[in-house]
Ligand binder design. Structure first.
Ligand code: UDP
Length: 244
């Protein structure tokens, strides 16, 4: 069976890509000066970003699959799996590592404390240039911020505000920002800062990282992994017939 380039999940056009394909595509975009907005779709994204879907139906918006929920849903509604699991936490350092020169990164989001540590991580551990930073708790719709980001001339703006804030912010600003690549990266700065810990590799290997996060933050995440996961599968089921 040939693999299509898009597997629709609850109407979101999710691309079928390996991390290698995605990284070389983005690095090409940085070289050519085109523009791409990249979103990692997990079950929470599909539920929380529903109202933004019409604004994501655009060639320059790239949505990729993040997590076991998306793969399971795709097997159920499309009868096909994605090529690889692509999440921002693993993919971003991979992307930076594939570049031939240090890239200019603007970090937007997170608490001031996590952001400062993430900035240090990007410089000293990942060997990239930090073009600028802005924490995620001020006025992110201030025109001065947009001017500051453009003046910093980043290759990539990493936007870490959680769903759906980061997606809305990117969609609201992608036309006025000159950076070639905008990426919604969730809790990435907290991981880089060491403020949140990743699950051990064997837990990740068993596709149970979500359970690990739930165990660490049950109050915050319980709804996301119960009610919202049911909502996610209902959405996938409801919207399946247009494609099968
Ligand atoms: N965040 C932020 N501003 C906000 C809300 C969240 O900067 O108004 C940051 C938060 O500090 C964290 C990141 O967004 O670093 C991701 O938040 P969350 O943990 O909710 O994301 P997820 O669990 O979806 O990855």
């Amino acid at each position: 069976m040939s693999v299509p380039s898009i597997l629709p999940i609850a109407d979101f056009p999710v691309r079928v890509l390996t991390r290698q394909m995605l990284a070389s595509g983005l690095l090409g975009v940085i070289q050519s000066g085109e523009k791409v907005s990249l979103f990692f779709a997990n079950t929470n994204f599909v539920v929380q970003c529903r109202s933004l879907l019409p604004r994501m139906q655009d060639e320059s918006v790239v949505i990729v699959n993040d997590g076991i929920g998306l793969n399971l849903a795709s097997r159920l509604v499309n009868g096909q799996q994605f090529a690889e699991n692509l999440n921002g936490t693993d993919f971003t350092p991979y992307l930076l590592g594939q570049a031939e020169r240090p890239l200019r990164i603007f970090l937007l989001g997170g608490t001031p404390r996590a952001l400062a540590k993430a900035e240090e991580h990007v410089r000293s551990r990942l060997g990239q240039q930090v073009a600028g930073t802005c924490n995620g708790y001020g006025d992110l719709y201030d025109a001065a911020l947009i001017a500051r980001i453009n003046q910093a001339q980043p290759d990539i703006v990493l936007v870490a505000l959680g769903n759906p804030k980061q997606e809305r912010w990117i969609l609201d600003h992608r036309d006025v920002l000159s950076a070639p690549v905008l990426m919604g990266v969730g809790a990435l700065f907290d991981f880089w800062a060491g403020e949140k810990s990743r699950a051990p590799k064997w837990v990740q290997g068993m596709k149970l990282e979500w359970l690990y996060r739930l165990a660490l933050e049950p109050r915050r995440l319980m709804r996301r992994y119960t009610v919202d996961v049911v909502k996610f599968f209902v959405l996938c089921y409801r919207h399946r017939q247009r494609y099968v």
